[in-house]
Design a protein around this ligand. Structure first.
Ligand code: KIV
Length: 277
């Protein structure tokens, strides 16, 4: 599908209409230059709260603030022309009540110009999703491994194994029934992701899930090889930009030490005027 064709159709309804169709291509972005690159190829760009770990060096997404999401949302907005822009609601900004969620989601939408917000949780946030959707805020849900729950889960473990599959299934059904226009399925068994995708009426966006999902998403810095603190099994590296950057910086440092940089082409050659003696 060309960028122009995508531009005409990319809104929450058209993403919803892609259920069972051409896979929905999604990536995260946190800055304008990366947003421009991603926008040329993706249907949906997510300003994920993974920004806290990837760009700010936080140990988890728990410390990410609404202000961080707004700032990065604004930066990404400047780089996105075609894709649907979605911004994550950070931990603590929506769990208290539907009213709190609406106040903060409305701020994120007004200040970033995003088309939708994403929030984590299933049955526990279904009422909030219904409240937001009824008031004009399109929602992408996120079930399975929800990284804001890392302390409750005791780590970034696969969710929905064995009998626990019923819980993840119920979460996916609950957010679909509440009106989310798509749902991220993170780190769940492949067969479960496949079964949920076949069962619910909204598109599933997989990450560590299944090729049968209606779309796929990755953290852009993971797939580019820029974020290398850890390497989840579900990431395929499409580039080694971190290594390329380290090689470039080492070459620069050596050139400076050896006085090879700057070269004659980098300086402003001009004779000094004669000085009075
Ligand atoms: O924060 C994030 O980047 C995400 C994606 C991994 C789905 O939620």
């Amino acid at each position: 599908m060309s960028a122009t064709a995508r531009a005409k159709s990319l809104n929450p309804q058209s993403i919803l209409a892609r259920k069972g169709g051409v896979p929905i291509v999604c990536l995260t972005a946190y800055t304008t230059p990366i947003a421009r690159i991603v926008d040329a190829h993706c249907d949906l760009v997510l300003v994920g709260d993974s920004v806290g770990m990837v760009l700010h060096g936080l140990p988890s997404t728990i410390g990410v603030t609404l202000e961080m999401m707004v700032l990065h949302g604004q930066a990404v907005r400047r780089g996105v022309e075609n894709a649907l822009l979605v911004v994550d609601m950070p931990f603590g900004s929506y769990e208290e009540s539907p009213a709190q969620a609406f106040r903060n989601a409305a701020r994120v939408m007004a200040e970033t110009g995003c088309a939708a917000v994403k929030l984590e949780g299933g049955v526990s946030v279904a009422e909030t999703i219904r409240f937001l959707v009824a008031r004009g805020i399109p929602v992408v849900a996120h079930v399975g491994l929800t990284p804001q729950g890392v302390n409750a889960f005791g780590g970034y473990t696969v969710q929905g194994r064995g009998r626990d599959a019923d819980r993840v299934f119920a979460d996916a059904r609950a957010v679909a029934a509440a009106g989310a226009f798509s749902v991220v399925l993170e780190k769940v068994p492949e067969a479960l992701a496949r079964a949920i995708t076949a069962d619910i009426a909204i598109p599933t966006i997989g990450i560590g899930a299944s090729p049968a999902c209606d779309g796929q998403i990755l953290v852009v810095d993971d797939m580019l090889g820029l974020f290398t603190d850890f390497r989840p099994k579900f990431v395929r590296r499409y580039g080694e930009l971190g290594q390329a950057a380290a090689t470039a910086v080492a070459a620069y440092a050596e050139d400076v030490r050896q006085r090879r940089f700057p070269g004659p082409e980098h300086v402003f050659a001009e004779a000094l005027p004669a000085r009075p003696s």
